[in-house]
Design a protein around this ligand. Structure first.
Ligand code: DQA
Length: 156
């Protein structure tokens, strides 16, 4: 089981940025019809299989996301994040992730390189463990798997 030194199950914090609460109905031709609750449910199940605790949080507010990144320093071993549009705009989110020094994987439902040119730049990618982009909801599953492999804390 993925344990820390204290014998506590390791914890993955999942963050979703702005507009991802509308998944399911938001631009379904780009983002599909899976809801955020379904994505979170699948990640929790994936965590259970690996003996990990999974916490999920979505917000439309940049400052609130930064506060939650700070707060998770107390308990998270790894972060899986879809920053939404903040990917392309937020130096502050980058700084927050660097401040807490927790390994993170950046995920996107859509292939951000196959869309408008402004989506090709990310303020996070170069400081992420890695990125997964373009596989719809499977991006989260693959990113979670990659993060767990990186942390080397899976039971499977
Ligand atoms: C996104 C891609 C971003 O460019 C966009 O602003 C989003 C969603 C994705 O998951 O494909 O909100 O992060």
């Amino acid at each position: 089981m993925g344990m820390t030194n204290s014998g506590k199950a390791k914890e993955i914090q999942v963050f979703h940025g702005p507009n991802l609460n509308l998944l399911g109905t938001r631009e379904p031709e780009v983002y599909g019809t899976t809801t955020l609750a379904e994505i979170d449910g699948a990640l929790r199940a994936q965590g259970l299989d690996a003996g990990l605790e999974v916490k999920c949080f979505q917000t439309n507010r940049e400052g609130e996301l930064i506060d939650e990144v700070h707060a998770c320093r107390e308990h998270a071993d790894g972060i899986l994040i879809n920053p939404g549009g903040l990917t392309h705009t937020s130096v502050s989110l980058r700084d927050a992730l660097l401040s807490v020094d927790i390994p993170f994987v950046e995920v996107h439902l859509s292939n951000v390189y196959a869309r408008e040119s402004f989506r090709r730049h990310s303020y996070l990618s170069d400081v992420a463990v890695g990125i997964v982009s373009g596989f719809g909801p499977a991006s989260y599953r693959l990113g979670f798997d990659a993060l767990v492999t990186h942390l080397d804390c899976s039971t499977v």
